[in-house]
Structure formats: structure tokens, C-alpha cells
Design a protein around this ligand. Structure first.
Ligand code: GCB
Length: 622
């Protein structure tokens, strides 16, 4: 009973999050039109970067107001051409695409037509046929606008979508940056300025995730929230459906198993579904059938004086629980050990653009490695990636770059079973009292938004500086011993890493995840005895860390995430050799020597910690 009351209480909290951010899905009542492909493009290189607005480039075809080039969407624009001024461009760029919309969408007044941008970095303004429909700040989350009435104004003409995107980062943006004007005429040309950034990845920009048009009926399912748990072998799915467009509607909620058999149903907008003989959602390598997903079909019927409306939306649902004790991270009441990676959305040519071949390759590599988890360092990743995690049982620590984005992130990702913890920031300057208060607020608010998941933020190894740690559920620590500290001195790792863990645990008595560790290795660079930047040095760092992890994971260390899965691009600088080389895979996803060390370890850990019955132990793949 208590468990049920808790489930109801937390659902109410999750619902406080404003309405609807359902991922667009096709159904018998919803159509999609993907606008991926070639768009028309121009960077506004005028001195004040404002010519596009001054001359209203959105009012006519972009090609009529100046030269244009082809630009693929989704992709960052930076690495698409040979022009270094576009790679390093700061300011507004303009995208345009004309679309022919099906007549049915226009003639049927009972249909909503929605334009959705999966993400565009950083600030976007969107026009349809020259009229502004929305603007959005933030590079990693979706935004949308209803455009039905606009395209109905002039049904004969194609729908012209113009999106202006500005990548300028300031102290108010997430991630932050600042523009520095270089006013010394002896050293810099007139009007010269640079973008300073305070993070270690390239500030890729452009339309990074798919743009699409989708329809719903005028009365539609706006949002669904599910919170799951289980008691013995009964699954508990507390749900809430919110409807928009009508005061009343009839609902039919059906939970179906993988074979399409109905396992529970209801006709209420909110309620509790009980699933007998539940098949729980388990992480990869923790169970022989990981990532089991039910499908919750919500069918809505409504009518007004003009028409009747039917809307259908199917949400994948994984039934699992997450809890944290002083020493353990529990999934479905079983201890879970994170043996995983940190990633970036980053690759050659595409930059941060969503790319299916890359996504599938990365999942294959994650599985080959025997990794069971990753952290979305340092921003929310594409929803398509989280859906893959749900299906493959890859556990996610979902990270947002700070305060404002947090609500939206929780709203977007609340229903993913793979997301087991929120990380509200990476390495914040938490040593000062105001910062401590800020982090207390940040963490307690996140818990209020979603009491079903633990909350953390990522700190560095200097525990004495940290004032926010009392409020987190799990301590996540980054450290780079024998790299940034005592460079070249591999022998200090055991003593320093041991002290790191003992200090943090001694002070807070909370489970600890080593959320980053590693060393740069330029692929193909060798030296024995090991020297920094060689593959041998990266191996030696990994091995030393692993020895201590093996001692502490028997006590309170609940995970280890290598920095990084793959090499990635950064700003140019004297410590970066064409990007950050701490990947265990190259940027082209080929293994360095360190990948094989990790692979052997992760498969061993999977067999030791994955709770598999002995007869299903996994051999480490070749
Ligand atoms: C960190 C940061 C990460 C950097 C990494 C490094 O602590 O969280 O963004 O890339 O160190 O390699 O310096």
C-alpha cells in the first residue's frame, strides 16, 4: 500500500512539469514528414552579423538576397566546407527549405500541423512564409510551433521554412562563453573579436537534429507520464494522460507486451495499471532479456459540433525501479555496477549532427566493449539515442548543462527507463558559499520535479572544495591523476585514488561513481617505458585506476566511466592535438590499445556483477 501511495505522490510531482514534449511518432492518426536532407544556407558575415535581420532575409527566398550554398540537415555546418571562416564562424547563419505539404493537411481544418526542430545550436528564430513562428534558446533540446493556420493562408504556395541560428555564447548561455573584442589596432584588424569558451569540446553549431512536420488531430494527446515499480511479480504502472483541444474526451489506455497482447487497460486519464507476471526492464548484461519494453497505446475520441476526432499515440514503457543506499545503486532491487563510458555527440564532418550510421556503430562498440552504461556528458543527447538505450538496456546518467535546461530535460526524458539518474551539472565551481546554496536549490528542485530518480552532479577530486555534495544521492567524481596533476608520474595513482575515495566516502557516506578518468593517447604513438600521449601511457593509467576500483567496488564504489569513449574535437589550444585524444576509440571509431584492456575488464565485471545465472556467463567476444 505504501508503495502505491508513493507511486501516486511522485507522479503528481512529475506532472508539475508543464505540458507536452512527446516524441513525434507516426500512428493511424498522426503523419510525419521528415525534412532531413539539403537545405539552402548562408552565413551572415556582415561586420555586425545583423544584415539578415536588417534586410529581412526571411521575407523572400534566401537565394534572392545573396549567395547560398547547400547545407545538410542534420549536421553542424562547421566542417562541411573548406572555408576556415565558416568553421570558426561566430554569429547568425541562415537555413531555408521549401516543402510541399499534402493537400489533406491543409484542407482538413481539424488537423494540427506542427513544425518541430529536434535541436539547433544555440539560439534560433523560425519563420514560415516570412512570418515568425517561434524562437528558442539552447542547443540540445527540441522546440516546436503550430503552423497550420499559416500554411492555410495561401495553400497554393509551397511552405518556406527559414531558420536563423546564432552560436554566440555568453555568460548567460548553457554552456557559457564570452565574446572578447580585441581593440589593439597594432595586433588585430579593426572590429576583431573572438569567442572564448569555458568547456572542452568544439562549439559545433547549426541544425543538429531532424526537423520535421507532423500532424495531430485538433483534439490530441498532449503528454503522457509514467512512473513504474513492481511488487513481487506484479508490475505497477502509474500513468497520467493530458489532453489538449477539448474539455472532455474519451480515452482508452492499453498496455501491450512485445507480442501485442493486452496485459492491462483502463479508460481513465490517470490510474494504475497492474501487470501480472511482469517482465521487468533490465540493463544489458544484467539479465538474459535486457531492455524489455511494453507499449502503452493511448487512444482518444472526442467530438465537437463540426467533427469527431480520434488520436492514437503509443509510448514504449519499461517497468523497473531505481534506488540508492549508502553503498549501492539498485536497479530492480539488485546492485548495479556502472561499467561504462562518457560520450560526446561528435564525429568527423558531421560535428554534432545526428547520424544513424554513427549511432548504430557506437551502440555496437558499446556492446562489444561489454559496457552497460554511459553518461550524456555534457548536455542532453538526441532522443533517438535514448530510445536505443531503452531498447538495448544501456543505462544512462542524463546530464544537463545547468539550471534552465533542467526542467525541459526532465520533461523530455522522464519516461525513458534507461535514464536512471539526473546529473544537473559538470564540475561546477562549488567551493563558495553562494554556489553551495545554488546547488542545494538545484538538486532539491530537480528531486521535486522527479522524485523517482536519484540526482547528482559531477565534481572533481578535491573534496575539500565541494559544498554541494551533501545534497546529491550519489557522489560522482572526475580525476586525472598523473595527467593534469603530477603529469608523467604513474606511481602516484594508487595513493591518490585511494585517498580520493576514502575522503569522499568518509565525509558523505554515499555511493561513489568515478565519473571520469583517463589520459590522452595519440593513436599509433608508442613508448616503453610509457610516456604521456602514447597508447602505453593510457594503458598504464587505466590499469592503475582499475586496481583501486577493484578494491573499492567491494565497498561503496558503484561505477566507473572512462573519459572518453572516442576522441573528439575541441577548440584549438596548446594542450589539444587536433582535439581531445582521451578516447579509447579514435574519432573514426577504431580501437586504441586501451579499448582492449577495457573490453576484457568490462566482460569480467559483467560476469561478476551482472547477476546472471552461471550457465549464461558471457565469453568476452574476440
Ligand atoms: C574534464 C571535463 C571534460 C574534459 C576532460 C579532459 O574534467 O569534464 O569535459 O574533456 O576533463 O579531458 O580534460
Amino acid at each position: 500500500m505504501l508503495r502505491l501511495l508513493w507511486l501516486f505522490a511522485v507522479l503528481d510531482a512529475v506532472l508539475l512539469l508543464d505540458s507536452g514534449m512527446l516524441f513525434p511518432r507516426e500512428s493511424s492518426s498522426r503523419e510525419l514528414k521528415e525534412l532531413s536532407g539539403l537545405w539552402v544556407f548562408r552565413a551572415d558575415k556582415s561586420p555586425n552579423r545583423n544584415q539578415g535581420f536588417e534586410r529581412a532575409w526571411y521575407k523572400s527566398r534566401l537565394a534572392e538576397t545573396g549567395p547560398v550554398i547547400d547545407m545538410p540537415v542534420p549536421a553542424s555546418y562547421n566542417d562541411i566546407t573548406q572555408d576556415s571562416t565558416l568553421r570558426d564562424f561566430i554569429g547568425w547563419v541562415w537555413y531555408e527549405r521549401e516543402v510541399v505539404v499534402p493537400t489533406r493537411w491543409i484542407t482538413d481544418e481539424g488537423t494540427r500541423v506542427v513544425l518541430r526542430v529536434g535541436s539547433a545550436h544555440y539560439y534560433s528564430v523560425v519563420w514560415v512564409n516570412g512570418e515568425k513562428v517561434t524562437e528558442h534558446a539552447g542547443g540540445h533540446l527540441p522546440f516546436e510551433a503550430e503552423i497550420g493556420s499559416l500554411i492555410r493562408k495561401d495553400p497554393a504556395r509551397p511552405c518556406r521554412i527559414t531558420i536563423a541560428v546564432n552560436n554566440t555564447l555568453t555568460l548567460e548561455t548553457l554552456p557559457p562563453g564570452s565574446i572578447q573584442h580585441m581593440n589593439d589596432p597594432v595586433r588585430y584588424p579593426e572590429g576583431y573579436f573572438v569567442q572564448n569558451i569555458y568547456f572542452d569540446f568544439f562549439n559545433y553549431a547549426g541544425i543538429h537534429r531532424p526537423v520535421l512536420l507532423y500532424t495531430t488531430p485538433k483534439v490530441y494527446v498532449d503528454d503522457i507520464t509514467v512512473v513504474t515499480d513492481f511488487l513481487d511479480n506484479t508490475g505497477l504502472v502509474r500513468y497520467q494522460v493530458s489532453v489538449k483541444g477539448a474539455a472532455t474526451a474519451t480515452l482508452k489506455v492499453t498496455l501491450m507486451d512485445k507480442d501485442g497482447h493486452c496485459v492491462a487497460s483502463s479508460s481513465e486519464a490517470s490510474g494504475l495499471l497492474k501487470v501480472v507476471d511482469v517482465k521487468l526492464w533490465w540493463p544489458y548484461l544484467m539479465h538474459k532479456n535486457p531492455g524489455y519494453l511494453y507499449s502503452m497505446e493511448v487512444r482518444l475520441m472526442a467530438a465537437d459540433e463540426r467533427s469527431t476526432y480520434e488520436d492514437v499515440y503509443a509510448l514504449p514503457v519499461g517497468i523497473r525501479s531505481v534506488k540508492v543506499t549508502n553503498t549501492q545503486f539498485l536497479i530492480n532491487n539488485k546492485p548495479f555496477y556502472f561499467h561504462g563510458v562518457n560520450k560526446h555527440e561528435d564525429s568527423d564532418i558531421r560535428g554534432k549532427g545526428l547520424d544513424w550510421p554513427l549511432i548504430v556503430k557506437d551502440f555496437n562498440l558499446i556492446k562489444w566493449l561489454g559496457a552497460n552504461s554511459f553518461r550524456t556528458s555534457h548536455y542532453p543527447y538526441a532522443e533517438e539515442i535514448l530510445q536505443m538505450c531503452d531498447r538495448h538496456g544501456i543505462v544512462v546518467i542524463d546530464e544537463c548543462p545547468g539550471l534552465g535546461v533542467r526542467c525541459l530535460l526532465v520533461r523530455r526524458d522522464k519516461n525513458h527507463p534507461s535514464v536512471v539518474m539526473w546529473s544537473v551539472a559538470n564540475e561546477p565551481a562549488a567551493e563558495m558559499q553562494p554556489a553551495a546554496l545554488y546547488f542545494k536549490t538545484l538538486i532539491t528542485h530537480t528531486k521535486a520535479l522527479d522524485p523517482t530518480r536519484p540526482v547528482t552532479y559531477i565534481t572533481d577530486s578535491n573534496y575539500a572544495r565541494d559544498k554541494g555534495a551533501p545534497y546529491v544521492d550519489v557522489v560522482c567524481v572526475n580525476s586525472y591523476f598523473s595527467w593534469y596533476h603530477d603529469p608523467g608520474h604513474l606511481e602516484v595513482i594508487p595513493i591518490q585514488l585511494n585517498a580520493q575515495f576514502e575522503n569522499w566516502y568518509g565525509k558523505y557516506q554515499k555511493p561513489i561513481i568515478q565519473s571520469e578518468y583517463g589520459a590522452d593517447a595519440v593513436p599509433g604513438l608508442h613508448s616503453d617505458p610509457p610516456m604521456m600521449f602514447t597508447e602505453e601511457y593510457q594503458n598504464a593509467v587505466l590499469r592503475s585506476y582499475h586496481d583501486i576500483f577493484d578494491q573499492k567496488r567491494k565497498q561503496y564504489v558503484v561505477g566507473e566511466l572512462i573519459w572518453n569513449f572516442a576522441d573528439f574535437m575541441t577548440a584549438q589550444g596548446i594542450t589539444r592535438v587536433v582535439g581531445n585524444k582521451k578516447g579509447i576509440f579514435t574519432r573514426q571509431r577504431q580501437p586504441k590499445a586501451g579499448a582492449f584492456i577495457l573490453k576484457e575488464r568490462y566482460w569480467r565485471l559483467a560476469n561478476e556483477t551482472g547477476r546472471l545465472p552461471p550457465w549464461t556467463k558471457y565469453p568476452c567476444p574476440l
